[in-house]
Design a protein around this ligand. Structure first.
Ligand SMILES: NC(=O)c1ccc[n+]([C@@H]2O[C@H](COP(=O)([O-])OP(=O)(O)OC[C@H]3O[C@@H](n4cnc5c(N)ncnc54)[C@H](OP(=O)(O)O)[C@@H]3O)[C@@H](O)[C@H]2O)c1
Length: 310
């Protein structure tokens, strides 16, 4: 329970907090967060904000056996119970959209979530048909974000997405890539188009997106979503059997997963990470990265030096 004086004090502090947040966006270090408070990021266009950790569904949700469903259900239940909101999926991830739609309906958590999917098609007609299928598979009449998958047929698909946004069927739109070979094209789209969100690969051992893409997102007011924040497990292999360095305690990181995620979400462009998560214990672990302190720029350099030296 919060008493009246605390509540009034918090309200009085709001404008200060807001201007501090703006200043923060321009320069490191990121904010210190009270223990227990979820660190959130705004999603332009949707007029919403979501915790910095979401769920990626690329592989483990693609083709689950019936026996895998209880664990997937527990994962999403734990994620939502801990305050998690964003789930990222795509039509090209096998059965992932159907699996997410089914579990979200069974758990009755649609209203709490921010559902993000993608469109990957070669013409306007094909894209529109695919999007209608996404609505059906996700069992929802509103999708919170649709992004053009890997910049495929970008101009046509963005035109469709703008129409859907105007009609109120989606709340935000964007584009994705996970490949350096598309960075130049991504940059051009980001300069040319008004986007709410961009999605790109970035991890402690894969930092190329920080050179131009993430600063450009910050400059253009686009929310960055980070795919492959663990490099598909590569970072766990690199650190296997190693104890956490002393500095992990300075950012309230109790596991390697939290170290890797806190690095990603502390970039000054204020990204959201969407690690692949298909176990309830991963949901608990990864959501731990949405709480406590984040590294400042000096500690981020130390983290990079640490991983580069392995
Ligand atoms: N172009 C695009 O738009 C694009 C491309 C790629 C990915 N994505 C999106 O980004 C998401 C993330 O990518 P990803 O899933 O391929 O790779 P990732 O997030 O870098 O790594 C996922 C793997 O890390 C392991 N993991 C997760 N949490 C863990 C924890 N707390 N402790 C230990 N291990 C943990 C899991 O391994 P196990 O499950 O094997 O145990 C999981 O498969 C995708 O699911 C997808 O939604 C988008």
């Amino acid at each position: 329970m919060i008493d009246r004086r605390t509540l009034l004090g918090s309200i009085a502090a709001l404008p200060l907090a807001a201007s501090a947040a703006c200043a923060q966006e321009r320069s490191a270090p990121p904010p210190r967060t009270a223990p227990g408070t979820l660190i959130e990021r705004p999603i332009p266009g949707a007029n919403d904000q979501v915790p910095v950790i979401g769920v990626g569904t690329a592989r483990r949700y693609a083709d689950p056996a019936e026996a895998d469903f209880p664990e997937l259900r527990d994962t999403l239940a734990s994620f939502a119970k801990l305050g998690g909101r964003m789930i990222d999926t795509a039509p090209s991830y096998g059965q992932a959209e159907e699996v997410v739609g089914r579990l979200v309906e069974e758990l009755g958590i649609r209203d709490r979530l921010f559902l993000a999917t993608k469109v990957g098609a070669d013409s306007k007609a094909e894209g529109s048909a695919q999007i209608e299928q996404s609505f059906r598979k996700l069992r929802t009449n509103r999708i919170d974000l649709i992004a053009v998958h890997n910049l495929r047929d970008t101009a046509n698909q963005l035109a469709t997405l703008r129409g859907l946004k105007e009609a109120g069927r989606i709340r935000s739109l964007g584009v994705t890539t996970s490949s350096d070979s598309q960075y130049e094209a991504l940059e051009a789209v980001m300069r040319r188009e008004a986007l709410d969100v961009i999605q790109v690969d970035y991890a402690l051992d894969n930092r190329n997106a920080a050179e131009r893409i993430l600063p450009l997102a910050q400059e253009r007011g686009m929310a960055p979503m980070i795919n492959l924040p663990f490099g598909r497990g590569r970072l766990f292999e690199a650190t296997q059997g190693r104890p956490l360095p002393d500095w992990a305690a300075e950012i309230d990181a109790a596991t390697w997963a939290q170290v890797f995620l806190k690095y990603v979400v502390s970039h000054p462009s204020r990204p959201i990470a969407i690690p692949g998560m298909a176990r309830a214990r991963y949901a608990t672990d990864n959501m731990g990265a949405a709480r406590g302190r984040l590294p400042d720029s000096a500690l981020r350099r130390r983290m990079e030096a640490f991983i580069d030296a392995l």
